[in-house]
Ligand binder design. Structure first.
Ligand SMILES: *Cc1c(COP(=O)(O)O)cnc(C)c1O
Length: 340
């Protein structure tokens, strides 16, 4: 870890790491693979999932800058917002969340992640999808409101997906390389790592980590919203910004280095199809592993569909990155009970 660690920006200790790398034997056999899951859903209980790794770096900067209030944004059931609310409470900071909902005049009832947001003391500002698209304007407005009330705001972008947050997954890649070396699986082939892409920071960190560490193998993102073109650009920009800001000595090319498999958004962001929920049920029953409906369930579904078409698609050795999102199952109760 030492070479990379000398490059790390300041980091807080918020995540329980290293997370385990576990074999998924029964599912792997079914798919004809040496299949592993990297359990980043286990970075914590309330402060859990992939966002915690990014927040370790981003929250450190907020503290360094003397902020007393963090602002961030996401969907009504954002895992990132929940993780930020909990991290803020742990650090004694205020938290203001800008959450997207169809009609801000009648926001959805608090449940699952949004309930935890409020339990942890975060303030919620509801905005419409149209306002959300202009969030670059909403952030300064909300930051101004914090300042007028005597506070010192720090803005965290959607998903903590920026150059600084990417360090969370550079560090995770370092961890994963050690996990794979120790896994002792039958093949020593480089692994293909599959992950769900939502705001791009995880993918950007993995790509940069792979380059910085000289790790072989493919990194494949499965997008859960927007399309391939969007993610090549979004992940590409984060990589380029991190390379510039931290003077990283790596060569990067968006089209060459960002691999995204499109086609699994389904009904839309955070909307589920029965076949996705059925797969979540089946993985829970055969492996005791809970995927989430918004991200990992769709990415895992995409992985299995791609393998049905072409069993050799990802090589013999695959790591599925479990990025968390457990609480997202609860708003799907009505749809899930029909499948039990
Ligand atoms: C946010 C999130 C992702 C996507 O990660 P990005 O870095 O935003 O691309 C994947 N899985 C879960 C559970 C998430 O909450």
């Amino acid at each position: 870890m030492s070479y990379l660690e000398s490059l790390y920006p300041t980091r807080l200790n918020l995540a329980h790491t290293p997370t385990p790398l576990q074999p998924l034997r029964r599912f792997g056999e079914k798919l004809g693979l040496e299949l592993y899951v990297k359990r980043d859903d286990l970075t914590g209980a309330e402060l859990s999932g992939n966002k915690v790794r990014k927040l370790e770096f981003v929250m450190a900067e907020a503290l360094e800058q003397g902020a007393d209030t963090v602002l961030t944004c996401g969907g009504a059931q954002s895992n990132h917002c929940r993780a930020t609310a909990v991290a803020a409470a742990k650090l004694g900071l205020h938290c203001r969340l800008i959450l997207r909902t169809g009609d801000p005049a009648s926001p959805p009832p608090l449940e699952a992640n949004s309930l935890l947001d409020r339990l942890a003391g975060a303030e919620i500002v509801w905005i419409s999808p149209a306002e959300y698209r202009n969030r670059a304007e909403v952030f300064p407005r909300e930051a101004e409101a914090v300042k007028r009330a005597g506070g010192r705001p720090y803005i965290i972008p959607e998903g903590a997906s920026n150059a600084l947050g990417a360090w969370g997954y550079i560090r995770a890649m370092d961890e994963l390389a050690a996990d794979l070396a120790a896994s002792g699986g039958p093949s020593n082939e480089p692994a293909t790592i599959l992950y769900a892409a939502g705001s791009g920071g995880t993918g950007a960190g993995l790509i940069l980590g792979q380059k910085l560490l000289g790790i072989k193998g493919r990194l494949v993102g499965i997008n859960v919203c927007d399309d391939r073109e969007y993610f090549v650009k979004a992940i590409g920009e984060i990589c380029e910004q991190a390379i510039a800001r931290f003077h990283l000595d790596v060569s990067f090319d968006r089209e060459r280095d960002v691999e995204i498999i499109d086609g699994y958004v389904g009904r839309g962001y955070a909307e589920s199809r029965p076949e996705e929920l059925e797969l979540i049920r089946d993985v829970a029953r055969t492996e005791g592993l809970f995927l989430d409906p918004v991200y990992t369930g769709k990415a895992f579904f995409g992985m299995t569909r791609e393998l049905q078409r072409d069993p050799g698609r990802f090589g013999r050795r695959v790591v599925f990155l479990h990025t968390g999102g457990l609480f997202g199952l609860f708003p799907k109760t009505a749809e899930l009970v029909q499948l039990l």
